[in-house]
Ligand binder design. Structure first.
Ligand SMILES: *[C@@H]1O[C@H](CO)[C@@H](O)[C@H](O)[C@H]1NC(C)=O
Ligand SMILES: *[C@@H]1O[C@H](CO)[C@@H](O)[C@H](O)[C@H]1NC(C)=O
Ligand SMILES: *[C@@H]1O[C@H](CO)[C@@H](O)[C@H](O)[C@H]1NC(C)=O
Ligand SMILES: *[C@@H]1O[C@H](CO)[C@@H](O)[C@H](O)[C@H]1NC(C)=O
Ligand SMILES: *[C@@H]1O[C@H](CO)[C@@H](O)[C@H](O)[C@H]1NC(C)=O
Length: 365
């Protein structure tokens, strides 16, 4: 029941493997150095670390294996080559943001504890797939407040200092699990206009708290076009996005924009920056690829991996271990990996549309 609930309502993920950690730390040092030169030399601000909060768009292995499909085949087949807790066939948003900053993808909090505090140089990823600003699965998935508590605890223990935060970038991903949980527990679409402001208000509390803790650069994601996720486009055979859901998305993003503008103004700073996943997803979906043209998605709304019928999901197996899902032959040609998450190629395409605005962010420091 948990498992299908998660799959239906949350962008989920999880795991328990030891290999996942190592992969991140070894992610090609040469490549990394070249990147650093190429992409961060002009920046006015050179981030020392990346701290990440949020959900499955950012999680690189925090959720427990028993809770989600991200630790099952065929997740992780492109990178790191086996399931390791990312909700994709490969790299996710965090990995691309880290790359942009010239950092290695920060270690997942879960593994940091396991390794007794090593590998902290690049920061820590506290994101848990399926979580929201409010409780989605209480006592199982830490909400964003609790995730920030984890960092505060590390600061209290002098693992990090306020100064570290001062010279770092914070990434917050909020992809809609609060709305999934709201609708799954009796909330209605009609009720969303009064629930959305509560989510934004809680997000705003979290943003202010991070700034108080010392953060000077906080990237927060706008909601992706929810109505375009495969879970909501299956009825149209993946032909068109659901306009009703995109309308709710637009309202969330409008309030987010106003809130962030006010926070920046009130603190006379440019601490907070919106990463516009709404427009970047839409651009890639409409153009069936990225503007540079090197990534192409012929049927962009159709996921690469899906259950053979509605009771199954990407990664589902029956009691005998028989696969109850299908995978496309080339994940590089699909934008969506499963019912809610982009493929690595999808994230790469989204990232290429966001690069120039990220560049601006760091020039205005
Ligand atoms: C977050 O989780 C904690 C611990 O379960 C809970 O006490 C708190 O009320 C939650 N915060 C929000 C904003 O839901
Ligand atoms: C960190 O320390 C402060 C001050 O002692 C305390 O109020 C706060 O609860 C601590 N936070 C955590 C998460 O332990
Ligand atoms: C779009 O989503 C709304 C809200 O869930 C639903 O009522 C409607 O039937 C959906 N429309 C289509 C065409 O799937
Ligand atoms: C911007 O901040 C100033 C104080 O720094 C305040 O007086 C003003 O009302 C704010 N403007 C808006 C639009 O919030
Ligand atoms: C806000 O920042 C600007 C530019 O740094 C400065 O000129 C101005 O005095 C500041 N205003 C307030 C109210 O701190």
């Amino acid at each position: 029941m948990e498992s299908s609930n998660l799959s239906i309502f949350f962008f989920c993920c999880i795991f328990l493997i030891s290999s996942g950690l190592i992969v991140e730390a070894q992610d090609s040092p040469h490549h990394h150095h070249r990147r650093e030169k190429e992409e961060t030399d002009d920046n006015g601000f050179r981030p020392a670390k990346l701290f990440v909060f949020g959900d499955s768009y950012a999680d690189t292995g925090n959720v427990r294996k028993s809770l989600a499909n991200s630790w099952k085949e065929p997740y992780g087949t492109t990178f790191p080559g086996k399931p390791a807790g990312r909700f994709s066939d490969g790299r996710v948003l965090t990995d691309y943001i880290a790359k942009f900053l010239g950092l290695k993808s920060p270690v997942a909090y879960r593994w940091m504890k396991l390794f007794g505090g090593k590998k902290l140089r690049n920061g820590v990823n506290f994101a848990y797939g399926g979580s929201g600003v409010f409780d989605t699965l209480a006592n199982v998935l830490p909400n964003m407040t609790t995730q920030i508590d984890f960092l505060e605890k590390l600061i209290n223990e002098s693992v990090y200092t306020t100064l570290d935060l001062h010279s770092s970038v914070v990434l917050l991903s909020l992809a809609g699990n609060d709305y999934g949980a709201y609708l799954a527990t009796g909330g209605t679409i009609q009720g969303l206009p009064s629930f959305i402001p509560l989510v934004i208000n809680q997000l705003s509390i979290n943003l202010k708290r991070l700034q108080k803790m010392g953060a000077t650069k906080v990237i927060v994601t706008a909601l992706e076009p929810l109505g375009c996720l495969p879970r909501f486009t299956g009825l149209s055979s993946y032909q068109q996005c659901n306009a009703t859901r995109n309308l709710a998305t637009n309202f969330h993003n409008l309030l987010l924009q106003q809130t962030v503008a006010k926070l920046n103004n009130d603190t006379n700073s440019s601490t907070f920056f919106i990463l516009d996943l709404y427009n970047s997803f839409n651009t890639v979906l409409e153009q069936k690829g990225n503007p540079q043209g090197d990534l192409k998605f012929e049927t962009p709304l159709k996921p690469c991996c899906m259950g053979i019928s509605s009771e199954y999901f990407c990664g589902s197996v029956d009691e005998k271990g028989v696969k109850m899902y299908t995978v496309c032959s080339d994940p590089k040609s699909a934008f969506f990996w499963d019912s809610s998450h982009p493929t690595e190629a999808g994230w790469h395409a989204v990232y290429t549309t966001l690069k120039s605005s990220l560049g601006q962010l760091f020039q205005f420091s």
